[in-house]
Design a protein around this ligand. Structure first.
Ligand code: BGC
Length: 760
């Protein structure tokens, strides 16, 4: 599955072209119009309302009960169209079935019996269903450079979400991780728009499949449209200043492609751009999304974001005014989610003529269409038989494959890795024995921070190493710990804290081993609680690292972290550095497999790892930022570069060719390159194709990723890969915000080889 069985190759463009097409769904126009005609204004406004599950239950934890009075108020009286989220933590499949049954039974009692669409954050698997298969987070999936794996993971996510009775997931995240200070960095596919668009299409096609009505699939929700990930301060939900050409160059393509792939819903940026909050941006929500991209699903707001127009952004004096602004800008459904204000205000606004009835009809049509397409009118609940195919060993294997393929070997001095299985090792560091670090947020609870909820039979790094080489060979001393206050469900909670535990004991233990495996990084965090004031790795961890390094023992650094924390004080003295990102529950096993050579690593870094807190520059920076000219500032000196990733074998690139010296009009350029496994082990290589526009009207980036392929090669085997570039791959968004391919000289670079060509 991971690599095409016959050819040993996954080619990004081939995958993209096969998957970007939207499937043909039945045309429900007649049914929608028939229903719409019979609906009252109240019922229509109800369909546009989404409430949190807390509005229909009593009690917060697992023992909550659906409150029949509250349920009736929401579903029967207000005709609420959608419910979202978990009460507190992931529910068992049986509990979900009860909840969904109760909600849909209430919906059946309404005059028209319109089913409710339940929505949930299935971010890395059905992470709010107990026992579900969790997958590596998106940042890890990006590092695999293998969209087939992403698609398969999303298919399983869809199956396990729908098996619980939930037909709608608030994923994928298609924001770009171009600033590692942003606390949702790990929810992205990294910094490159092309990688994000290929992976995003994979995620959407995996979730929605060819027939979203099938019990195997769910509707996706692309988020957070758009520019959410790039606030000036790096802090969540703070102002961004992004010119439209930059928005279109970097932040639009992943959404554009996912819309082309048929995505049924989209969620809006909770922040603001250029002083305009995402939720009132008519230009982005309607002009670009509807008219330009042709999106025909529905738009859902993010959490409480209409209220925040008053309380946070202060662009409306009253909530009623805010409601009008958001709906007129293009919001079809409001994630209110904790009261009935939206429905009440909207109803009044339509009655006063401040919001036209036609705008309501438009929104409701879109919502009903998705409900029909999901088959909710025929089957609003679930197929109980799916329970038996839930969280199968095969699904778990896909998660393990993904974790293995994501791990990225960033340094391997003197080929210290792989380690011998009879080596005596010290395992130390705060992420060595933590499933929390491995999973990060959106894991059983919002912040991922409840140790007790993690499966007991999944190995941490420490346990996996013990299982592989025997406990007698392993000493474990934590050294430091990362912790947070137990109640983590409100935005006001502090982020992770760190403290020393027993650094002297770790140092003592290091004396008696051959090698130290030092696992550093982060705990778990999500959204605003993940804001930090310093990207530098926590002081206790740096102290532990320096103390261990001072023993003179060889140290292998394993990083388990959702964003690159600055490690320049210690990195150069490490013998090896293995980036594990957030590989989820199979990650411990995968890390041990790589450290001891059972798996040959093949991940590549999907972002630029900064060396200094101020060195936040992406790989596609301007050329002068690396040049030592009078005004060149030599600013670009990352700790590790985008696309870095070593293997236990070596790959040799040769014979880079372009089929034409000059291309014109819409002619394609065919590029070929030969990649050979020149080492002694079988291995996979992600081949990255960069194109540079040498001179352009807007100062060009030094290079852009335009294609990639993942290829599997036996020792001594070689393979000639071909890539086709089209005119759009040579274009950029010009000063008038439109794509332009300018005549002139270009280069293509693969594996250190470069060829030139001319666009006429
Ligand atoms: C997040 C969204 C999420 C929603 C529902 C918001 O706070 O920004 O990504 O889908 O909550 O949980």
């Amino acid at each position: 599955m991971t690599i095409h069985a016959q050819t040993g190759l996954v080619d990004s463009d081939d995958f993209y072209q096969r998957n970007v097409r939207r499937p043909r769904l039945p045309d429900y126009t007649q049914k929608i119009e028939d229903l719409l005609k019979r609906m009252t204004l109240e019922e229509k406004v109800g369909q546009m309302t989404q409430l949190a599950i807390g509005m229909i239950i009593n009690g917060g934890d697992q023992s909550f009960k659906i409150d029949p009075t509250k349920l009736d108020k929401a579903i029967v009286k207000y005709g609420v169209g959608s419910i979202l989220n978990v009460s507190d933590q992931a529910l068992t499949m049986d509990r979900w079935h009860e909840v969904i049954n109760d909600i849909q039974a209430a919906a059946k009692k309404t005059r028209l019996g319109i089913p409710v669409i339940y929505g949930i954050d299935s971010i890395h698997g059905a992470n709010y269903v107990q026992g579900a298969t969790l997958f590596p987070q998106e940042i890890s999936m990006a590092a695999t450079f293998n969209p087939e794996l992403m698609k398969r993971a999303a298919e399983i996510t869809a199956f396990e979400t729908r098996a619980a009775g939930i037909p709608w997931s608030f994923s994928p995240v298609l924001d770009l991780g171009r600033d590692p200070r942003w606390p949702r960095f790990w929810e992205t596919f990294g910094e490159d728009p092309y990688l994000a668009k290929v992976m995003g299409v994979a995620f959407v096609r995996g979730l929605e499949g060819n027939d979203v009505a099938s019990q195997q699939q769910v509707a996706s929700s692309l988020k957070h449209y758009m520019g959410y990930s790039f606030p000036l301060t790096g802090r969540d939900r703070t102002p961004a200043w992004i010119p439209e050409n930059y928005l279109r160059e970097y932040f639009l393509p992943s959404f554009d492609s996912a819309v082309k792939a048929g995505a049924r819903t989209i969620m809006i940026n909770s922040g603001e751009i250029n002083g305009v909050p995402g939720h009132v941006n008519h230009h982005i929500l309607t002009t670009i999304l509807r008219k330009e991209l042709g999106f025909d699903g529905f738009v859902v707001s993010d959490w409480e974001d209409i209220k925040k127009l008053v309380t946070t952004w202060r662009i409306a004096a009253t909530e009623k005014q805010a409601t009008r602004m958001a709906v007129m800008a293009g919001i079809d459904m409001s994630m209110v989610p904790l009261d009935y204000s939206f429905a009440d205000h909207l109803l009044a606004l339509v009655k006063e003529g401040a919001v036209p009835q036609s705008r309501i009809d438009e929104a409701v049509r879109r919502i009903l269409r998705v409900k029909f397409e999901l088959g909710l009118f025929e089957k609003p609940t679930f197929d109980p038989a799916m329970k038996t195919k839930f969280a199968t060993p095969e699904s778990r294997q896909v998660s393990l494959d993904a974790a293995r393929e994501s791990l990225t070997l960033l340094k391997n001095a003197d080929n210290i890795l792989p380690l011998a299985k009879n080596a005596k090792v010290l395992v130390t560091g705060p992420t060595a024995d933590s499933l929390i670090s491995m999973n990060n947020g959106w894991s059983y609870v919002w912040q991922g921070s409840e140790e007790s909820l993690y499966p007991k039979d999944r190995h941490t790094i420490r346990q996996a190493i013990e299982a592989k080489i025997g406990t007698a060979n392993v000493t474990y001393v934590p050294g430091t710990r990362i912790f947070r206050k137990p109640n983590t469900t409100s935005n006001n909670n502090p982020t992770d804290q760190e403290e020393e535990v027993d650094i002297p004991a770790a140092v003592r233990a290091a004396q008696n081993v051959d090698v130290v495996i030092l696992a550093l990084g982060e705990g778990s965090y999500c959204e605003t609680p993940g804001n930090i004031t310093d990207l530098t790795l926590g002081a206790p961890q740096l102290k532990l690292a320096e103390a261990i390094l001072a023993t003179g023992k060889p140290v292998v650094l394993v990083l388990v972290e959702g964003r690159p924390r600055i490690i320049n004080r210690i990195a150069d003295d490490m013998k090896a550095v293995l980036m594990a990102y957030n590989p989820s529950n199979e990650g411990g096993t995968a890390v041990a497999d790589v450290l001891f050579g059972d798996i040959n690593p093949s991940g590549k870094l999907p972002y630029t790892y900064p060396r200094t807190p101020n060195g936040l520059i992406t790989y596609d920076h301007k050329s002068f930022e690396t040049e030592n000219t009078a005004f060149g500032n030599m600013a670009f000196k990352p700790q590790f570069a985008f696309g870095e990733g070593l293997s236990y074998t070596t790959f040799a690139y040769s014979d880079l060719r372009v089929d034409k010296q000059t291309i014109s009009g819409n002619e394609e350029l065919t590029i070929s390159v030969t990649v050979a496994n020149s080492g002694r082990r079988a291995g996979k290589e992600a081949v990255l194709v960069y194109v540079s526009d040498l001179v352009a009207t807007l100062s060009p980036p030094n290079k852009r990723l335009r294609r990639f392929a993942k290829v599997n090669l036996e020792p001594g085997q070689n393979r000639t890969l071909t890539f086709k570039l089209r005119r759009e791959d040579l274009s950029f968004i010009g000063p008038d915000n439109k794509p332009i391919a300018e005549p002139g000289e270009f280069t293509v670079t693969i594996g250190g080889l470069t060829q030139r060509f001319i666009l006429k």
